[in-house]
Design a protein around this ligand. Structure first.
Ligand code: PLP
Length: 398
């Protein structure tokens, strides 16, 4: 008789966004005339840039003509796009051969699929507060999870000195920098400690760099491969979702160095085998559109959009600075993680009812998120300005 994967029954229901939607619906029902300022959205709001749109149109036209029609694409990605991504790394001084770059249909897909490379017997170390998909993907795979909490005392940057050693050392380590939800960014020195720990214990770091493009400070790393020794212990997962507005278009990339081996198995070669078995590649049209992101014109245009989000983040940070409130993020990240001085769902209610501002309660990202609140900079500039003014008015009275 067929046995289903019983690990699905171990998944905790995520009430976070459901609860938010319910509360917002109830409030709007009672106050239909009031505009709501959505400062919690995790999706982008600006459209794709012109260079990408033109390439997408061209690619559609290519598919309409016999001479330019493309069928299946290589499962690991179009070599031209892989080369363009490798050049993007090179421009920041990181030497990644194009064969180590894999084109994906987004970071979420990869974060789940990549677990095929590892035995479910190896535990996963997941720093908290956390992007919930890391936990759920490992629960589904039946993997033991070791939670590593972080807090204000370490700037929400968990470090390996608190991670288990010896027989209890985890096999997989999740690092997300800039972090969702805390906006915190690891320094090179801090990442070097993780790289040393992983190389020493034989672990592999899954480095989620979905927000690398928000790093402004030249001293902070965009990639784990800026750290010496990372090529023998890390996989980097990237996305064009927030970088170039691809949340609904779907494209990302993953870097697995040739040197990454465990127990005589080469992880890059295993991933080629995985992709050629389980996918038929990302569509020609999407890859052609994505290639425009890495042209000088595409880079200029995506940064015009990114500057809008960065300015929104600065408006929120300035507001919280004037109020003398503690937060992480905002400077090198689209997320601002505010210490809200009360249970985070109470703060949610307060902002909704008194300022019509919606954010995300930190308690939804793990126990150590309680007392904190996540804002994002993906709203419109008008809403961000007005929401900030309303919060300033409300919170300065308290
Ligand atoms: N990783 C993090 C930390 C995210 O916040 C998100 C999306 O919000 C993703 C990955 C997913 O990115 P993608 O849209 O490429 O699947």
């Amino acid at each position: 008789m067929l046995k289903p994967n019983h690990h699905y029954a171990e998944l905790k229901s995520s009430y976070l966004f459901f609860n938010i939607a319910q509360k917002v619906k109830a409030y709007s029902g009672e106050n239909p005339e009031k505009h709501l300022y959505r400062m919690g959205i995790g999706d982008v709001t600006l459209p794709l840039c012109g260079a990408v749109v033109r390439k997408l149109h061209e690619a559609v036209d290519d598919q309409a003509k016999q001479e330019t029609f493309h069928g299946y694409m290589p499962e690991t990605g179009d070599p031209a796009l892989r080369e363009a991504i490798a050049a993007y790394y090179q421009a920041r001084g990181v030497d990644i051969p194009w064969e180590e770059v894999f084109v994906s249909s987004g970071a979420s897909d990869e974060l789940g699929d990549i677990l095929d490379l590892f035995s479910p017997e190896s535990a996963a170390l997941i720093p908290e507060p956390v992007y919930p998909a890391y936990v759920d993907a490992n629960v589904i795979a039946g993997r033991r999870i070791v939670h590593l909490s972080s807090g204000k005392e370490n700037g929400f940057l968990a470090m390996p000195d608190a991670a288990p050693c010896g027989a209890d050392a985890p096999g997989l380590i999740y690092l997300c920098s800039p972090n969702n939800p805390t906006g915190a960014v690891y320094s090179k020195e801090q990442l070097a400690e993780w790289v040393e720990y992983a190389n020493r214990t034989g672990a592999v770091i899954l480095f989620d760099a979905a927000y690398e493009v928000f790093v402004n400070d030249p001293a902070l790393p965009h990639s784990i491969f800026e750290i010496e020794g990372a090529k023998t212990c890390a996989i980097e997962i990237c996305s064009l979702s927030k970088t170039a507005g691809f949340t609904g278009t779907r494209c990302g990339y993953t870097v697995i160095p040739k040197q990454l081996e465990r127990e005589g198995m080469n992880l890059r070669e295993m991933w080629i085998r995985n992709r050629t078995t389980k996918t038929n590649g990302v569509s020609y049209i999407i890859q052609k559109g994505a290639s425009a992101v890495f042209t000088p014109e595409g880079q200029r245009e995506i940064h015009e959009n990114l500057n809008v989000y960065k300015k929104n983040a600065a408006v929120l940070c300035d507001t919280f600075d004037r109020l003398g409130l503690w937060y992480s993020g905002g400077k090198n990240s689209p997320y601002i993680w505010l210490e809200c001085g009360m249970p985070s769902w109470d703060f949610f209610d307060l902002l909704l009812h008194e300022a019509q501002v919606i954010g995300t309660p930190g308690a939804g990202f793990g126990a150590c998120g309680e007392g904190f609140f996540r804002f994002t900079s993906f709203g419109t500039p008008e809403d961000t300005l007005e929401a900030s003014a309303r919060m300033e008015q409300l919170l300065k009275k308290r």
